[in-house]
Design a protein around this ligand. Structure first.
Ligand SMILES: *Cc1c(COP(=O)(O)O)cnc(C)c1O
Length: 386
């Protein structure tokens, strides 16, 4: 029998060793690690809402009224007013009949795909879909087809093949993201919608990194393109741009009822704490308000400033990948930045393909122009490795 130490050695030798960083304090875009303060360019809190007083106040009120725990799963006695308020808020913003809140985005992906797809169904995923969508698809037992990232021609071929062989009661779902988490680029959503409508199949769109960031009301790429009412299954997380935690699926009523009856990650799990649901609702209200618009403008200014200082194209989202190639050069670059007081993660296999290790930096509305200038100067003085 192999020992855990043997496995760990293999991981270390491949340059894939990971360990936890102990964050002792957070002050907006600054974090304290090992007693030293760093400028943080690794958080997904794109609008700086995780420390916003409106969210904290909503959470406190929910604790006062409902306590710290929800005491049971949603279907037993844990379905509290803050959960229903959150779901009503999501459905109203997404213009869907209903929405369902999950404990995390991961639980949403796994619960939704396993509830809506089974062995007679076909799931068609973009190659760069998040691990939670991949895991949900695998666990569902459905036939899985994968198209190269954003490749519409291959997607069309897969749709032709799938519609030719699907059973009469079978379901076909195209699964993709609006902002890809490790590249920060966008899906060609209008074209994907045209294809899925042509073939009469469903579309699940994961807006994880777009919520709060894109669209006139900050609801994501579908909002940005005016296509919200042509997406069948709207998914997202409340743990990134919404500065809280949890996941959601918004859709027409029958799909939500199916999830309530079949999604095992929803049914067999204690309901999220009421403070989380209340904070998430406050976040969504803020995101879709004029204040949210102002924060998005600040984020966009930071992104434009960074692009100017780096002499690169303006990023499509708040995620900026810097390619490094090997694990070693990505780790070395992250370490150089760390010594300069900047926290930027090196992303390696299996999160990204082998040989495509990178720095993945994220900007926030909470960064000051000086923070962006400091980052750009440090990046510009890194040795060019690729
Ligand atoms: C982060 C992420 C998730 C998971 O959401 P959590 O709330 O963090 O569990 C799902 N999908 C995508 C695309 C993500 O980036």
């Amino acid at each position: 029998m192999r020992t855990p130490d043997e496995e760990l050695d293999t991981i270390r030798q491949a340059g894939l060793w990971r360990e936890l960083r102990h964050v002792q304090a957070v002050h907006g875009p600054r974090v304290t690690l090992d007693g030293r303060e760093f400028l943080n360019f690794s958080s997904n809190d794109y609008l700086g809402l995780a420390q916003h007083p409106a969210l904290a106040e909503a959470a406190r009120l929910a604790i006062d009224k409902f306590g710290t725990g929800s005491t049971a799963s949603r279907l037993i006695c844990g379905s509290l007013a803050p959960h229903h308020d959150l779901e009503d808020c999501i459905a109203s913003l997404k213009h869907t009949e209903a929405a369902l809140a999950f404990a995390t985005g991961y639980a949403t992906a796994v619960g939704t795909l396993t509830a809506l797809a089974g062995k007679n169904d076909i799931l068609i995923l973009d190659k760069l879909c998040h691990a939670s969508l991949v895991d949900g698809a695998r666990l569902s037992g459905a036939t899985i087809r994968v198209f190269p990232h954003n490749n519409l021609h291959r997607l069309e071929q897969l749709l032709q093949g799938a519609t030719a062989k699907i059973a009469p009661t079978g379901r076909i779902i195209v699964v993709t993201e609006s902002v890809f988490s490790m590249d920060g680029d966008l899906a060609p959503l209008a074209e994907i919608i045209a294809l899925k409508e042509h073939f009469g199949v469903l579309l699940l769109l994961d807006e994880a990194h777009a919520l709060g960031v894109l669209g006139p009301r900050g609801l994501g790429l579908a909002d940005h393109l005016g296509l919200q009412n042509r997406v069948d299954l709207h998914m997202g997380t409340l743990g990134k741009g919404a500065g809280s935690s949890g996941g959601y699926l918004a859709a027409c009523r029958p799909f939500i009822d199916l999830l309530i009856n079949k999604a095992r990650s929803f049914i067999y799990s204690t309901a999220p704490v009421p403070a989380q649901a209340a904070a998430a609702t406050a976040a969504l209200q803020l995101i879709s308000s004029d204040q949210g618009h102002t924060l998005r403008e600040r984020l966009r200014t930071n992104l434009a400033d960074l692009a100017t200082l780096l002499g690169s194209a303006k990023p499509a989202s708040a995620i900026v990948p810097i390619p490094c190639g090997t694990n070693e050069s990505a780790l070395q670059a992250a370490e150089t930045l760390r010594q300069a007081g900047l926290l930027v993660p090196a992303i390696r296999f299996p999160t990204v393909p082998r040989g495509q290790a990178r720095l993945r930096l994220t900007l926030s509305a909470a960064h000051e122009p000086q923070d962006v200038a400091t980052l750009a100067a440090a990046l510009n003085s890194l040795p060019r490795s690729t």
